[in-house]
Design a protein around this ligand. Structure first.
Ligand SMILES: Nc1ncnc2c1ncn2[C@@H]1O[C@H](COP(=O)(O)OP(=O)(O)O)[C@@H](O)[C@H]1O
Ligand code: SF4
Ligand SMILES: [Mg+2]
Length: 418
């Protein structure tokens, strides 16, 4: 195999935030939390995940627009992670970003020639104004703004959304970079122009021999564009590998859920957002223990990381489903969920009716009312207290399964190093 252009090893990017003094929320957002993969020269690597999964943070970290907390980013054999901005500067022209919102990335006070030509000036790649204008004119033609010279002296506000995004692409590529992070580059555009801008990006990638990290929340687009794909969930890659392999035979339940959420083509209907059938993305400040996907996973089983939080979530849902007499009896038995104390490995109830609660929990466990009960190791009463303890739920590590990397206990229980 050829040397990777980029070799990413156990990369973490955490943001300090205010933690809750009285909650168990931590004081960091683990936006990127131990990501390992590589990008081959000349490939389009798709990074797919729901909003909040850490895609933008990972893309910006690879370009050192955000500093990683730990890990390495080996680019052409050199680790970018420890480099200071001064040391990064000569590399900047090789690393480019095409971001989602053209309005936010274009300076409205600069003409097209000034804006697109700016990187040439910064990097000393044009020796005169005429040379800069010539280069910009050529680049504009490459991105389909023809004739280029007609656009040189206009301002971004005079252009359409699609034209502005072509401008953003022109500016990103004018220094002839080798690695481009394209962060949802068409998400802000009308459906009618998206396909053409994507085609343009692919043409440029082939013609100029570029390597892309293509970020999208849309698997269908990723399938169309990418050689390999990584699925990001709460700062972790849960599955990555060859795009056809992943789409043909997904091995992680989250990848499967994303694929199932792709609507069948229906030209008569407007594109709508596709929600996953299994609820909301958890808070990155307080990721679930064990496998981070376990609260939403339709295949979750004993080792997946069940805790007292899951038992609370179970009762909350259950009490919207059973009849009011049952709700009243169960609230009384538990003493209410607010007073339950979740701790490492278990949960303790001490405000309810202990014998009734033990009967209720034993019954739920016997009926396996929820997969979390497979992990219940003990239900113990001590006077007025009831303690429920759970067996261990290690965080799954990536393992090789049928030609791709996947982190899921269904393929054999693994434990990720922390
Ligand atoms: N500068 C920041 N400070 C604190 N939290 C951040 C910052 N940037 C992103 N986050 C948080 O990191 C997580 C990942 O965000 P992001 O990388 O934007 O995800 P995505 O691009 O997949 O939507 C989110 O929980 C987000 O709120
Ligand atoms: S380890 Fe696999 S089965 Fe278990 S919750 Fe995670 S994705 Fe689902
Ligand atoms: Mg984003």
């Amino acid at each position: 195999m050829t040397q990777p252009l980029l070799d990413v090893v156990d990369l973490h990017t955490h943001f300090p935030v205010r933690g809750g003094l009285f909650s168990r929320r931590s004081d960091v957002v683990r936006a990127v939390d131990g990501v390992t993969f590589d990008i081959a020269p000349g490939e389009v690597f798709g990074l797919v995940g729901e909003s909040g999964s850490g895609k933008t943070t990972l893309g910006r970290t690879l370009l050192k627009l955000v500093d990683p907390t730990s890990g390495s980013i080996i680019y052409r054999g050199r680790d970018l992670a420890p480099l200071r901005e001064r040391e990064m500067r000569p590399l900047r022209r090789e690393l480019a970003l095409v971001s989602q919102d053209p309005n936010a990335s274009l300076n409205p006070a600069m003409t097209v020639a000034q804006g697109v030509g700016h990187p040439l000036m910064i990097h000393g790649l044009a020796s005169s104004r005429t040379q800069m204008r010539d280069r910009v004119g050529e680049m504009l033609e490459r991105v389909g703004l023809t004739p280029g010279e007609r656009f040189l002296d206009v301002y971004p506000e005079d252009l359409s959304g699609g034209q502005k995004q072509r401008l953003v692409i022109a500016r990103a590529l004018i220094t002839e970079p080798s690695f481009v992070v394209a962060d949802e580059p068409v998400a802000a555009l009308d459906m009618s122009v998206r396909a053409r801008v994507l085609e343009l990006m692919l043409d440029l990638q082939r013609d100029l021999g570029l390597t892309y990290l293509f970020i999208t929340h849309d698997l269908a687009t990723a399938r169309f564009l990418c050689d390999r794909i990584g699925i990001l969930y709460l700062g972790n890659l849960v599955e990555w590998g060859d795009a056809d392999t992943l789409f043909g035979d997904p091995q992680h339940p989250y990848t499967r859920a994303l694929l199932d959420a792709i609507p069948l083509p229906d030209p008569g209907r407007r594109e709508r957002d596709k929600d996953l059938p299994v609820g909301e993305m958890p808070d990155a400040q307080e990721p679930p223990s064990g496998c981070r996907f376990h609260p939403r996973c339709p295949a979750a089983f004993e080792p997946c990381g069940w805790t007292g939080d899951d038992l609370i979530g179970f009762f909350e849902r259950r009490w919207t489903e059973v009849d009011t007499d049952a709700v009243r009896a169960e609230v009384e038995a538990t003493g209410g969920l607010d007073d339950a104390a979740v701790r490492d490995g278990g949960i303790r109830f001490d405000a309810g009716d202990a014998p009734a609660l033990v009967r209720l929990l034993e019954d739920l466990r016997a009926r396996q009312a929820h997969p979390l009960f497979t992990a219940v190791e003990a239900i113990e009463r001590d006077g007025d207290h009831v303690e429920v303890s759970f067996g261990p739920g290690p965080e799954p590590a990536l393992q090789r399964v049928a030609g791709r990397e996947v982190a899921c206990h269904l393929h054999g229980i693994t434990t990720r190093e922390r």
